[in-house]
Design a binder for this molecule. Structure first.
Ligand code: SF4
Length: 335
């Protein structure tokens, strides 16, 4: 790339960043207006883990249950995240973990109303719908079509939310004997309950956890309904005990914020434990601006995290720490 092209690229990136910042401000203001209109207090929106605030319901899920996904490598036509062979299985609308950095909410706000009504306009984490035809949908899915193919479980919710345990189990019981492979991505220790089944299909299972921070103050604000981060290492330890392929996604790594000023130290604390647990796959990713997530984070933290140059800086730090702890891993850069 010559100097002129480089300059054009820098300019284009700057314009994209400015457009994203403008969109972020607009989305944030609209979300605040929306919450006020629905009389949902900001406190309830941000911190209330009381399940009475959640609208639960049912919907009719379409078959087949497995759908194409971009969460795969570039060779498979994906965005370079090695989480499947290009397929995902999602069977809930909403995720009661309500992580503030999540960017699934926008998908449901855009497409969910036709399926489940205007509850999708409630705050993220405060609507949750499960299929009322799941038995039929499992029967109607031709699982053998995905024999030997890895499917992500799940990309728009945690498969091990308490309300989903029976459904997740039924799907695995039906799909695993047909040869379907799964990359199970979770923040929930309830996943351990299915290890009795998963251990019989070792070659078809990869179990991965996500950890954003080991700082409890930050975790309490950005993933207040999820069990403490250390518990997720227990999932990996148990999975290794029964011989399952394991992975960790260290994400999203937050830049310096008042509540947790030292991101590098936080990342190193995580990698020190990773070095002991030694999962088979290690990925890292910084906080990205997606949908309305930055507005929600800003409201939760009471400050706007500065992402300028952070992704590249953290990528370097991640690689330095991998080397220090003799680990191998992949950083997923912002795209
Ligand atoms: S567990 Fe995953 S899907 Fe659920 S809220 Fe958190 S980031 Fe979103």
């Amino acid at each position: 790339m010559n100097f002129g092209q480089k300059q054009v690229e820098v300019k284009q990136n700057q314009m994209r960043r400015e457009a994203a910042l403008k969109a972020w401000s607009t989305i944030r203001l609209n979300r605040i207006k929306e919450i006020k209109k629905r009389n949902e207090s900001l406190e309830s929106y941000m911190f209330n883990a009381n399940s009475r605030t959640i609208t639960f319901g049912e919907y009719k899920i379409a078959t087949p249950l497995i759908k194409p996904s971009k969460l795969t490598n570039v060779k498979n036509g994906g965005i370079g995240k090695e989480l499947s062979d290009g397929w995902a299985i999602n069977y809930a609308i909403g995720c009661t973990h309500a992580c503030r950095f999540c960017y699934v909410d926008n998908i449901h706000k855009r497409y969910g109303e036709a399926r489940v009504g205007n509850a999708v306009h409630k705050a993220w984490g405060n609507y949750f719908f499960v299929p009322n035809n799941i038995d039929q949908a499992i029967e109607d899915t031709n699982w053998s079509k995905w024999k030997g193919i890895e499917v992500m479980m799940s990309s728009t919710h945690d498969a091990y939310l308490p309300q989903l345990l029976p459904i997740t189990r039924k799907i695995l019981e039906r799909a695993l004997p047909e040869g379907v492979k799964f990359c199970i991505q979770t923040r929930s220790p309830l996943a351990i309950r299915d290890f009795d089944l998963l251990k019989d299909y070792k070659s078809q299972i990869r179990i991965q956890v996500s950890i954003a921070t080991l700082n409890h103050d930050l975790a309490r604000v950005v993933e207040s309904r999820v069990s403490p981060p250390e518990g997720r290492f227990k999932i990996l330890e148990k999975a290794k005990e029964v011989g399952l392929d394991t992975g960790i996604i260290i994400a999203p790594v937050f830049p310096s914020v008042k509540i947790r000023p030292l991101p590098f130290e936080d990342l190193e604390n995580i990698l020190q434990i990773v070095a002991k647990v030694r999962p088979d796959h290690i990925y890292g990713e910084s906080l990205h601006m997606r949908g309305s997530n930055m507005g929600e984070i800003e409201m939760a933290l009471g400050e706007r995290p500065n992402l300028e140059g952070f992704d590249k800086k953290m990528q370097r730090a991640f690689n330095i720490l991998l080397k220090k702890y003799k680990l191998e891993g992949v950083w997923w850069p912002d795209f």
